[in-house]
Design a protein around this ligand. Structure first.
Ligand SMILES: [Zn+2]
Length: 305
């Protein structure tokens, strides 16, 4: 068989580009919060399997932050172990997933972090890193600084995200469509979901360029849920097609961005958002991400026949 010269040239170019991505290409790592428990989600095993198969097929190393009461129960733990056995790193998302900006005391919160630590720290790919539930890092200086001190003393690192999003809201709408047997609308929801993640990634990247004067290695927040079970492959493909390099979370978290400690209160949200607030950038939303912002776009996408 003879290759046409043009086809040969195109494949050579594609090969060169994959070996030497442009130096300015953005990078992004995928992290998944919460974990799944087959005792409370009948489809937990299926969704977990879909996520792990997609990551494997796409050649992506990710990180999971299971909350003890969701993914750390006797029935949920084997699903987390499957992530570790597939080479994905495992971090801490507390045991009971309580909001540090709420009524919980510092001592109660730290006991909760310790409980998840003792449950998960034996995992082969364990990393002593804390992902705060709801990305809330304390509504008072006492709580914010108390957790930071606890982490310092124990060799823990925070695990902030740079790209925050509302995949949990799109997941609610996804499950509604399935429950109502309106599956003909799923492709529209998929497109709206992809557009949302892309919009948030581009927004936080441009906010980072404003505040840091560079594009950092990004960390994306997603959840172990049904919509990612269905569309994660499309999400990964979208970032790659648009020139972003997908890197393992260990590599992204090595960016000095993730060691910075924003000073504003209430502490938390995405790290780029928090640094932008410290820098006095105006027009930031609070909370930074919420289903409320997404509802009109999803309603529009699902409207009509
Ligand atoms: Zn969570």
């Amino acid at each position: 068989m003879r290759l046409r010269p043009f086809a040969l040239l195109a494949s050579l170019l594609a090969l060169m580009l994959s070996a030497f991505p442009p130096a300015h290409a953005q990078t992004i790592a995928f992290t998944f919060d919460d974990g799944l428990d087959p005792a409370t989600h009948p489809d937990a095993l299926r969704w977990n399997g879909q996520l792990l198969r997609t990551l494997s097929r796409s050649g992506v190393r990710a990180m999971i932050f299971p909350a003890g009461r969701m993914g750390g129960t006797p029935t949920g733990l084997p699903l987390v172990r499957a992530w570790a056995d597939s080479g994905h790193t495992v971090g801490n998302h507390t045991w009971s997933h309580r909001n540090l900006a709420g009524r919980i005391t510092l001592a109660e919160f730290l006991a909760d972090v310790g409980r998840a630590d003792s449950l998960l720290s034996g995992m082969p790919t364990w990393r002593p890193m804390l992902r705060f539930p709801y990305l809330k890092e304390g509504d008072t200086a006492e709580k914010r600084d108390g957790v930071r001190e606890w982490m310092r003393e124990r060799g823990y690192r925070p695990a902030p995200v740079s790209v925050d999003a509302s995949d949990w809201y799109y997941n609610q709408r996804y499950l509604e469509l399935i429950a109502e047997r309106r599956t003909s609308k799923l492709p529209r929801l998929r497109d709206a979901y992809l557009a949302h993640l892309w919009d948030r990634a581009v927004y936080y990247d441009s906010l980072a360029r404003t505040v840091l004067h560079r594009s950092p290695a990004h960390v994306l927040l997603l959840h172990t849920n049904a919509i990612n079970g269905a569309y994660l492959g499309d999400v990964i493909a979208m970032f790659r097609e648009r020139g972003w390099r997908v890197v393992p979370p260990d590599e992204a978290f090595a960016d000095e961005l993730y060691a910075t400690q924003p000073s504003g209160l209430p502490a938390g949200e995405g790290i780029v958002w928090a640094l932008a607030r410290d820098a006095g950038v105006t027009g930031l939303r609070y909370p930074a991400e919420d289903g409320e912002y997404e509802k009109p776009a999803v309603d529009r996408a699902l409207g009509g026949p």
